[in-house]
Design a protein around this ligand. Structure first.
Ligand SMILES: NC(=O)c1ccc[n+]([C@@H]2O[C@H](COP(=O)([O-])OP(=O)(O)OC[C@H]3O[C@@H](n4cnc5c(N)ncnc54)[C@H](O)[C@@H]3O)[C@@H](O)[C@H]2O)c1
Length: 341
C-alpha cells in the first residue's frame, strides 16, 4: 500500500514515516520544507534500511499535487502539512487559514479528482475549545479554540464532515493529538523547531544544552495541583504508531464510509513543574527557570479520554514519562543544532 505523507519531513511526520516503513507501507513524502529539513528523511532511511520518495512541493499547488498523484499510485494520504505555532497564528491569521484550511481543501480536491478516498488528518485536542470539560471525549461537540491555529483545525474537521456527506466513497480519520514530546530512541531524529521553540520540551532541552539561558514558566497560579498548566504528554513514537493503527483500521474496515475522530493521548495530565523535575532527573542537572505571567489563551488543564482509540484502533500510549525525557535528551545532546551539521 502506497501512502502519501504531506508534511512528512517534520517532527511527527518523520517519526510516522519511520513507523510506516517498519510496517511495510510504501511512503511518498510531499513537503515544502518551510519548517523542516530533508535530513530527517535521510536519517529515517538509515534507521530503517528502506528508501523514502521525497517531492518538494506545497499543498496549495493543485498542479504539483496532481503530478504526484499521476506519478505514484497513491492509496491513502496522511496529512500533517500545516503551520502550527499558536502565538504566531494570532499575528498572521490569514497565512494560517491559507496554509491549513485552503491547503487542505486543495489536497482534498485533487484526491477527489484522482479517486483516492482514504484520508488521515492531523487534528488536535485544541478542537474541543475553551468550553469543554475534561477529560475530552470524541462525543463532545467541536468547541471554540482561542487561536486562529485552533480554529483552522476546527474548520478542517468541518470540511471533512461535509466532504464525507457529499462524497459517499470518502473514508476519513481525524486524529486529535494531545501533546507529543520525545524522540526516536536512536536519538537520530527528533523535534528541530526553527527559531525560538513554541513548545515546552524543545525549550527545556535547549536550555539544558546551553543554547538558551533559562526557561519561562507561564503562570503558577492556575487552579491545578501545583499551580502550573497540566497537559497530556505522549511519546512521539506512540503517536507515530497511532497513525499506523489508524491506517490498519481503515484497511480492516472495508465497509467504512464517512469520517471518524479519535483522541490520541495517555489519559493523564502532567504539570509543567512535573515535566521540568522529570527532565532534571533524566539529565542529572538543574534547569534554570523563572515564572512569567500567564499566556493569553492557555487553558489550565486538559487531557484525553483515549478509550475509543484503545478499543477500536487497538492502540495505547505505552511509553513512560521517564522514556520521553531520556529520548528527548538523547536527541538534543547528540544534535545540539538539530539537523544542521
Ligand atoms: N506538535 C504538536 O504538538 C501538535 C499537536 C497537535 C497537532 N499537531 C499537528 O500535527 C501536524 C504535524 O505537526 P509537527 O509538530 O510535526 O509540525 P512540523 O512543523 O514539524 O511539521 C509540519 C510539516 O509540514 C510542512 N508544511 C507546512 N506547510 C506546508 C505546505 N503548505 N505544503 C507542504 N508542506 C508544508 C513543514 O515544512 C513541516 O515539515 C500539524 O498539522 C500540526 O498542526 C501538532
Amino acid at each position: 500500500m502506497k501512502v502519501l505523507v504531506t508534511g512528512g519531513a517534520g517532527y511527527i511526520g518523520s517519526h510516522t514515516v519511520l513507523s510506516l516503513l517498519e510496517n511495510n507501507y510504501d511512503v511518498v513524502v510531499y513537503d515544502n520544507l518551510c519548517n523542516s529539513s530533508v535530513e530527517s528523511l535521510r536519517r529515517v532511511e538509515k534507521l530503517t534500511g528502506k528508501s523514502v520518495k521525497f517531492i518538494q512541493g506545497d499543498i496549495c499547488s493543485k498542479d504539483d499535487l496532481t503530478k504526484v498523484f499521476n506519478q505514484f499510485n497513491i492509496d491513502a494520504v496522511i496529512h500533517f502539512a500545516a503551520l502550527k505555532a499558536v502565538g504566531e497564528s494570532a499575528e498572521i491569521p490569514l497565512s494560517y487559514y491559507q496554509n491549513n484550511v485552503h491547503g487542505t481543501v486543495c489536497l482534498l480536491e485533487v484526491m477527489q479528482q484522482q479517486k483516492v478516498h482514504n484520508f488521515i488528518f492531523s487534528s488536535s485536542a485544541t478542537v474541543y475549545g475553551e468550553e469543554s470539560d475534561v477529560p475530552y471525549v470524541e462525543t463532545m461537540k467541536l468547541g471554540t479554540p482561542s487561536s486562529p491555529y485552533g480554529a483552522s483545525k476546527v474548520m478542517v474537521e468541518r470540511v471533512l464532515a461535509d466532504t464525507a456527506n457529499a462524497n459517499k466513497e470518502f473514508r476519513g480519520v481525524s486524529l486529535r493529538y494531545f501533546n507529543p514530546i520525545g524522540a526516536h530512541e536512536s536519538g537520530a531524529i527528533g523535534e528541530d523547531p526553527k527559531g525560538i521553540p513554541n513548545n515546552l520540551l524543545p525549550y527545556v532541552a535547549q536550555v539544558a544544552v546551553g543554547k538558551r539561558d533559562k526557561l519561562s514558566i507561564f503562570g503558577d497560579d492556575y487552579p491545578t495541583q501545583d499551580g502550573s498548566c497540566e497537559r497530556d504528554y505522549l511519546h512521539v513514537m506512540d503517536l507515530a504508531q497511532g497513525h499506523v493503527a489508524a491506517l490498519n483500521w481503515l484497511n480492516r474496515n472495508d465497509e467504512f464510509r464517512g469520517v471518524e475522530a479519535f483522541n490520541l493521548g495517555t489519559g493523564n495530565g502532567i504539570s509543567v513543574f512535573a515535566i521540568v523535575k522529570a527532565f532534571e532527573k533524566a539529565i542529572n542537572k538543574t534547569i534554570p527557570f523563572d515564572v512569567s505571567p500567564r499566556r493569553a489563551g492557555d487553558l489550565p488543564a486538559f487531557w484525553a479520554n483515549a478509550s475509543k482509540a484503545n478499543k477500536e484502533l487497538n492502540w495505547q500510549a505505552t511509553r513512560s514519562l521517564e522514556q520521553m525525557m531520556a529520548d528527548t535528551w538523547h536527541w538534543q545532546s547528540n544534535n545540539p543544532n538539530g539537523y544542521l551539521v
